[in-house]
Design a protein around this ligand. Structure first.
Ligand code: PXP
Length: 247
């Protein structure tokens, strides 16, 4: 079965809106763990807009399941990753102005720098993945720089899927691109992960792609949790008020 890594960055987005410690990233991770997630993913962005360094350290200490840290290649963040020692690191491109990771990393044109970063992380016992567009040449480049895994970007597929509830040709083409890139990854003995923009409606088609090891899903799960978890939160609060009113 394909494993589920849950990205909980947006628990931290909410916490950072007030900076009063809630909702707790650790608590969210433990709930995911209890619910059967295979791993937890957090993105330590250069601008620290959501996840903070201490989140990565806390998660490392508390989690029994896999911790996957997403980082861009900057000296400071790489230093934190090497110190935290998550089970895996996914190297992603990063732009300050973007709302979320927009495209895959251009590994093909950055082989020298990436080889050295991958080697540092691997020497530290960390499994290294690289987030790339579903492009055969980028997959080959990941293998050449010594990565253990690729994470294929499903963002374009997800956007195309949203444009129609039926599978448009364009969406099918993008799925085929993901399938072709997947074949190349397996051929090169790379662990095959996929993610970005996956939700309750579009994930089914991606499940059919052969050889996928793991999905990394964040936004749709956290969005759903607002409603699915809210009922109990309201019920518990009502009970608490009721109880205290009777004192
Ligand atoms: N994989 C990578 C590399 C990402 O950067 C993100 C977004 O942080 C995800 C997966 C999860 O994407 P989403 O939040 O759209 O499910």
């Amino acid at each position: 079965m394909i494993k589920l890594g849950v990205n909980i960055d947006h628990i931290a987005t909410l916490r950072q809106a007030r900076r009063e410690g809630v909702p707790s990233v650790v608590e969210a991770a433990l709930v995911c763990e209890k619910a059967g997630a295979y791993g937890i993913t957090v993105h330590l962005r250069e601008d620290r807009r959501h996840i903070q360094d201490y989140d990565a350290y806390n998660l490392r200490e508390i989690l029994k399941i896999k911790l996957n840290l997403e980082i861009a290649v900057t000296e400071k963040v790489l230093g934190v990753a090497l110190d935290v020692k998550p089970d895996s690191v996914c190297i992603v491109p990063e732009k300050r102005e973007e709302l979320t990771t927009e495209g895959g990393l251009d590994v093909k044109n950055n082989k020298k720098n990436l080889s050295s970063v991958v080697s540092k992380l691997r020497k530290s016992g960390i499994v290294v993945s690289i987030f790339i567009d579903p492009d055969i040449e980028q997959v080959s480049a990941c293998s050449e720089v010594g990565a253990d895994a690729v994470e294929l970007h499903t963002g374009k597929y997800s956007l195309l899927f949203k444009e129609s509830s039926s599978l448009l040709t364009k969406c099918k083409d993008e799925l085929n691109r993901i399938a072709e890139a997947s074949k190349e990854a397996l051929k090169r003995n790379l662990i095959l992960n996929v993610g970005h923009g996956l939700d309750y409606e579009n994930v089914g088609q991606v499940c059919k792609i052969y050889g996928v090891n793991e999905f990394n899903i964040g936004f749709s799960i956290i969005s759903k949790a607002i409603f699915n978890g809210l009922q109990k939160a309201v019920f518990d609060m009502k009970k608490l008020i009721e109880h205290n009113s009777n004192l």
